[in-house]
Design a protein around this ligand. Structure first.
Ligand SMILES: *Cc1c(COP(=O)(O)O)cnc(C)c1O
Length: 384
């Protein structure tokens, strides 16, 4: 069946928050005219932290200015600094390396699993030295990292496990939510994430009360929240916005249904792509546990060909990380090669082959069917 799609199906849709437009405008007015005149870290932020804590069952949730900042605050709270090493995946987003470097520590890059695209615990284990202070794996696109093995590795090495779960909200593994496997985890609320919002923000989540207390101080210039202008630590400005806090509290109730719709779309894609591996189009691993519906990413030998084909079919796509972290100009000078001439071969393959399809709750069935049919047509080498 041919589905006609009049306009391009965008990868980043411009109407993500359309259904909550009235709520957003009302919130903006309410916060703006509140006699309290508190625009950051007020009672709305506290209420939002409480609501998230209740929904996750974690001991503490600390809202801050972004997912990147959440990672930085954790690294600072556990005193990672010059001379320390943190093992991170070679494939992923810049904050995995930049947050470590911004602390004066060294990111040590581990290769990834070729299918889950997350840090390979086996390779990570070979990189642990007496300078290693933490492992910082990241969940990737729609698959959680192998947290049981990484937890085991961290415990055996006596190092911290910092979980970059920025994009994995809604995921869980063996009954434990993403973000709750590490000593501390994070979520990002930048607009495209599963619980995105029209602004910048993130949270740190942890069961370690002392760590949470440190993070809470560090997000606001090292103050303790009671004594203003008393600075216990060298802190940051990483505060949370009251308008966004109220808006996210309002949106929290709808999160499960948006996650469910995203999951439904992922399952449909996976069903339609299950037999395409031989044709050079590899879908993400199927299976409920440890999966979450953030970004649906295919691996394709002729990635750019698929991208052009989908564009011609009115399907917008995105290539997240076309270059591995240790080969970024900013990070290459800090990357340890360990004598290997072409290290991180699987990260390199992922960077060369990854391509992501549109995935958001308000995609219609017709759109989803059109995307799937266009991918299948490419794999079968025929023009539709
Ligand atoms: C989005 C993301 C971040 C950064 O979050 P921001 O809120 O954009 O700073 C960090 N790590 C991963 C894996 C992410 O997907």
């Amino acid at each position: 069946m041919t589905v006609t799609v009049e306009r391009t199906i965008p990868f980043f849709p411009p109407d993500l928050f359309e259904t909550d437009r009235e709520a957003l405008l009302a919130t903006l007015y309410e916060v703006g005219t509140d006699p309290e005149q508190k625009f950051i870290l007020g009672r709305r932020t506290a209420r939002f932290e409480d609501a998230l804590r209740a929904s996750l069952g974690s001991t503490d949730v600390v809202a801050c200015s972004s997912g990147t900042s959440a990672l930085t605050l954790i690294l600072a709270a556990v005193d990672i600094g010059p001379g320390d090493e943190v093992v991170v995946p070679a494939f992923g987003c810049a904050p995995l390396a930049s947050t470590v470097l911004s602390r004066g520590a060294v990111p040590v890059f581990a290769d990834i699993d070729p299918l889950t695209l997350t840090m390979d615990p086996g390779h990570a284990g070979t990189l642990v030295t007496d300078r290693t202070r933490a492992l910082m794996p990241a969940h990737m696109f729609s698959v959680m990292a192998d947290m049981p093995r990484l937890r085991d590795l961290a415990s055996r090495a006596g190092v911290r496990l910092i979980e970059d779960s920025a994009l994995a909200q809604g995921g869980s593994l063996a009954g434990r939510p993403a973000g709750r496997w590490g000593d501390a985890g994070v979520y990002s609320f930048v607009q495209v994430k599963v619980f995105g919002m029209p602004g910048e923000g993130g949270v740190v989540l942890t069961d370690d009360a002392e760590l949470a207390g440190r993070v809470r101080m560090l997000r606001n210039h090292g103050q303790d929240g009671r004594n203003r202008f008393l600075h216990h630590h060298v802190g940051h400005n990483s505060r949370f916005d009251e308008v966004m806090a109220a808006f996210q509290s309002h949106r929290l109730a709808g999160l499960p249904s948006r996650v469910a719709r995203r999951t439904e779309i992922c399952s449909y894609y996976s069903e339609r792509f299950a037999d395409l591996a031989e044709a050079g189009v590899v879908a993400p691993p199927v299976g409920g546990d440890g999966r979450f519906p953030y970004v649906y990413t295919l691996l394709c030998e002729d990635r750019d060909g698929l991208r052009d084909h989908l564009a011609a079919e009115g399907v917008d796509t995105h290539v997240y990380y076309p270059r591995i972290l240790p080969e970024q100009p900013a990070f290459a000078p800090h990357a340890r090669l360990d004598g290997s001439r072409r290290p991180w071969p699987r990260a390199r393959e992922a960077a060369r082959r990854n391509i992501s399809l549109p995935l958001y709750p308000h995609l219609t069935d017709a759109h989803v069917e059109h995307v799937a049919a266009a991918v299948r047509a490419f794999a079968h080498g025929r023009k539709r």
